[in-house]
Write a protein that binds this ligand. Structure first.
Ligand code: GRG
Length: 286
């Protein structure tokens, strides 16, 4: 995976080499290079590769996904939202740059993501670029990550129905992971049915990823995670573990993980890198 991560990081450096105003580019780079796992861009590149296509054309979309992810984390950490001082073991963006710059750095990352995608679509005159961008836009918007975040914020401190938790997880977490895999498949020129299968696999992977996140908050190792454990319970957060219990959380986690991999295995891909990567992600300790 290091090879893909290096490719993504190099391109992110290029895209974020903004000369002026330097405070905003510094704040943007601070969060983008704060040690994220690059899950969404890696899934996008590996999805293109799994279908036997050159992943270079997917790089702009992979970087856009990471910028959208980084913006969401900066805003999520703000005092008006989760009010977190640390992420990935480092001070959060607003703790370093102040709230105003942190808000603008998040906005700028979101905007830059669309600049990159539209520039690529204009240059390549490839309809698949527009299709991939549309998937990413929808997954990040009201019918995706933002919708999930709104319902999550409104549910804070309340005991919610399981259906509401599913809505939050599907939109806040799984939507962008689905879009990463779908956009990778689209850029490979896959037909609608194959794209649908990649999205479905991404859905189960995203749901399993979130359940794992909830499990790690109870059973994880603070130094491996780069954050203290037990924060969900302390903040009275509704999680998969709090609503279903640890035993069921682990069982559903296994089922969702297995479903995600099975869908990909049924597709007889050109190579299994994406399956190996999904499995390593699901076994993560941080
Ligand atoms: C502010 C619109 C808006 C949305 C925020 C992503 C998000 C929505 C909030 C972050 C909090 C959270 C726990 C979300 C669930 C998804 C998740 C597990 C995110 C962390 O993703 P990783 O593990 O992060 O890929 P790294 O640090 O590796 O980049």
């Amino acid at each position: 995976m290091n090879e893909y991560i290096e490719i993504i990081n190099n391109r992110l450096y290029t895209y974020l080499d903004i000369k002026y105003p330097d405070i905003i580019s510094e704040a943007m780079r601070y969060s983008v290079f704060a040690g994220g796992k690059r899950v969404r861009p890696a899934l996008a590149l590996l999805s293109t590769k799994a279908l036997g296509s050159d992943f270079n054309k997917t790089i702009p979309f992979a970087c856009a996904l990471e910028m959208i992810h980084a913006y969401s984390l900066i805003h999520d950490d703000l005092p008006a939202m989760d009010n977190d001082d640390y992420r990935r073991g480092k001070l959060t963006n607003h703790k370093v740059y102040g709230e105003a710059v942190a808000i603008l750095a998040g906005d700028a990352l979101l905007n830059t993501a669309y600049e990159i995608m539209t520039d690529y679509a204009l240059e390549s005159v490839d309809i698949n670029s527009l299709k991939a961008m549309s998937k990413i836009a929808k997954a990040s918007g009201i019918d995706g990550m933002i919708g999930g975040q709104v319902v999550d914020i409104l549910s804070d401190g309340k005991i919610i129905e399981k259906e509401i938790l599913t809505y939050i997880h599907e939109n806040k977490t799984a939507a962008l992971i689905k879009a990463a895999m779908a956009s990778g498949a689209i850029m490979a020129g896959a037909d609608d049915e194959i794209v649908r299968q990649f999205e479905l696999s991404g859905y189960y992977l995203g749901m399993a990823f979130q359940i794992k996140d909830d499990i790690l908050d109870v059973e994880g190792n603070a130094s491996e995670l780069g954050k203290s454990i037990g924060s969900d319970a302390k903040n009275h957060k509704n999680t998969y573990v709090s609503l279903y219990g640890m035993e069921r959380a682990k069982k559903d986690y296994e089922e969702f993980s297995s479903e995600s991999v099975q869908i990909l295995l049924r597709l007889s891909l050109y190579n299994n890198d994406i399956i190996n990567y999904a499995e390593s992600l699901l076994n993560r300790k941080s």
